[in-house]
Design a protein around this ligand. Structure first.
Ligand SMILES: [Ca+2]
Ligand SMILES: [Ca+2]
Ligand SMILES: [Ca+2]
Length: 258
């Protein structure tokens, strides 16, 4: 008869070794989800900056406004960087939009008239093209979780906006990587895509990359990024981490730090 044995020293030794091999400070990048059709018409009183209108279940600080900590938007929408972002660079041409571009909340006056959105763009990207659109450098005092909200499908023509993928990955301080996430086919009504950078340290560098996964040429576009923060993982995430051994240690460590 086989009797299950209790964990021996060997298990703890290997667990300790694995913890040592992966420092608790290593950042992670996770795709969270999307919210489609945020603002459906010009001067829509709802929008990305209108508190709770529409509901924004993926706003990590739960105040119903995207970019509470800051934002960096294409075109002439403007920028206001969080104190914990030491640098951000857009690598593509910046287009200020036209009459066919989506109008979105003015971040300086959410209840006022919408403003024309813009885009960083790469026209006619060949099949398989992977292009870095943004480089984001984290500074001091970053929150435990930085949620990136990225605007897409705000341009004047959704033709060809299919099979586009987006990825956030780390190039300095670690190798965290969300992997490519497929965007819902465009319909020229604004969509937002959400990623979490957890446990980033000062000096860590992350890039936002778009990919044409089609067989023909397509346009790659991005309308902007907004930043919200949270001190500890969301409850659902915490529960998940508690269930996976070493991950539970990370959760406990974070709780102690906060
Ligand atoms: Ca609006
Ligand atoms: Ca918010
Ligand atoms: Ca859309």
């Amino acid at each position: 008869m086989n009797v299950p044995s209790l964990p021996g020293k060997g298990l703890f030794a290997s667990l300790s070794a694995s913890v040592l091999a992966f420092p608790l400070t290593a950042a992670t990048v996770t795709y969270v989800g999307s919210q489609l059709s945020m603002e459906t018409y010009s001067n829509d009183p709802a929008g990305w900056r209108s508190a709770g209108d529409p509901d924004k279940p993926l706003d990590i600080d739960s105040n119903g406004v995207l970019g509470t900590d800051g934002y960096y938007m294409a075109g002439s929408v403007g920028e206001s960087l969080p104190g914990y972002i030491s640098d951000i660079t857009a690598h593509m041409a910046n287009y200020g939009g036209n009459a066919g571009y989506a109008q979105i909340d003015n971040p300086l006056d959410a209840s006022g008239n919408d403003v024309v959105s813009g885009s960083w763009y790469m026209n006619g990207a060949a099949a398989g093209t992977e292009s870095d659109f943004l480089t984001i450098t984290v500074g001091a005092d970053a929150p435990e979780s930085i949620r990136l909200s990225m605007l897409w499908d705000n341009t004047d023509n959704s033709f060809g906006l299919t099979e586009i993928q987006i990825r956030v990955y780390q190039t300095t301080g670690g190798t965290a990587d969300s992997g490519f996430q497929r965007l819902t086919a465009g319909d020229a009504v604004t969509d937002w895509y959400f990623f979490d950078i957890d446990n980033a340290q000062a000096g860590d560098v992350f890039k936002v990359q778009l990919k044409n996964n089609n067989t023909g040429n397509r346009n790659l576009l991005l309308g902007g990024v907004a930043f919200d923060g949270a001190l500890v993982p969301e409850p659902a995430t915490s529960g998940l981490l508690m269930g996976v051994g070493a991950g539970g240690l990370i959760w406990f460590y974070r709780r102690k730090r906060s």
